[in-house]
Design a protein around this ligand. Structure first.
Ligand SMILES: C[S@@+](CC[C@H](N)C(=O)[O-])C[C@H]1O[C@@H](n2cnc3c(N)ncnc32)[C@H](O)[C@@H]1O
Length: 293
């Protein structure tokens, strides 16, 4: 049975469905408990950070960490044996200890996955510090279930921006013609708001992922046709990126007003993809006619 069909058989009627996407409105921890098998090749997500955003229930730090352990355990359980888990985390206040402690410091021993790498997401704009350095990074933790068996499609995410692309050693090009390894520091602009500087991706969600950020994780850690899970969908950035990169997607979100934004984004992405496909097929028809001439 196909993976989306299996998930739907476990979870019932979704909030939104098409041939490549299932979205459910509800608590991701409870929804994941109803999925039986070790199925998912990739999960990419950004959970609430417990910093008082409009979509958060305030929790004590102990409650937050326990909740984090619980939902990550579910991801681990339903991930396939060669699956990956990309987790975007920022900072939270730790009264008496830290103004803003990196959440990865607090969860390191609560995660059953194997940590391959901590990627630094460096974004260009943000709060201007008065008595501290202006914060410009969050973390993107890349975990796998099996450290000896996981997907890493380096050629699909190479950075073509190479300083000396034609440099040679013993007659051979020094650099891969597809570009260089993009390193563990990713400079990707935040989705900005504001009258004059709002980025085109911007929705009303207060913590939106940039599509470029999540696309790199998806391309690196999954293959075309794979299913990508986001248990905290928000405005649907992971789902949109997955579709645009030829993957399928499953998402969970508590608030239907955010899912409605995600559904709009999915429909726009579908329109773009079908325009691209029809342009491609015109091009293929033309070149096969020319070749047959
Ligand atoms: C950091 S935001 C995710 C933003 C998303 N990456 C995007 O690009 O829009 C976290 C989201 O998790 C949702 N959420 C919080 N608790 C949840 C839960 N228990 N189950 C499902 N969704 C939850 C919130 O409503 C919020 O939209």
């Amino acid at each position: 049975m196909e993976l989306l069909t299996k998930i739907q058989a476990s979870l019932g009627t979704p909030y939104y469905q098409d041939s490549d996407v299932l979205l459910y409105c509800g608590d991701s921890l409870e929804l994941m408990k109803d999925i039986n098998d070790e199925l998912l090749p990739l999960t990419v997500t950004s959970p609430p950070y417990n910093i008082g955003k409009e979509y958060e229930e305030p929790k004590s730090i102990d409650q937050y960490l326990e909740w984090t352990r619980n939902w990550i355990e579910q991801i681990y359980r339903i991930s396939s044996s060669n699956g990956s888990f990309w987790l975007n985390l920022g900072y939270t206040a730790l009264p008496g200890k830290a103004k803003a402690i990196p959440l990865p410091y607090l969860i390191w021993d609560r995660v059953p996955f194997f940590l391959i790498q901590e990627v630094i997401w460096n974004y260009g704009a943000g709060v201007a510090g008065k008595k501290f350095f202006s914060p410009r990074n969050e973390k993107f933790l890349w975990y796998v279930k099996d450290s000896a068996d996981y997907t890493f499609n380096l050629d699909d995410i190479r950075d073509p921006n190479v300083k000396y692309p034609n440099q040679r050693k013993n007659g051979k090009l020094r650099c891969n013609p597809l570009g260089k390894n993009p390193t563990d520091v990713w400079q990707i602009a935040k989705v900005t708001s504001g009258k004059n500087r709002s980025s085109s991706e911007r929705t009303i969600h207060p913590a939106q992922f940039p599509i470029d950020l999540v696309s790199r994780a998806i391309l690196a850690s999954s293959n075309r046709g794979d299913v990508v899970l986001d248990p905290f969908v928000g405005s649907g950035s992971t789902i949109e990126a997955a579709l645009r990169k030829g993957r399928k997607a499953v998402g969970f979100e508590l608030e239907s007003r955010y899912l409605d934004i995600a559904v709009d984004r999915i429909k726009n992405a579908r329109r773009d993809i079908s325009v691209q496909e029809s342009q491609m097929s015109i091009f293929t028809d033309l070149s096969s006619r020319e070749n047959g001439r």
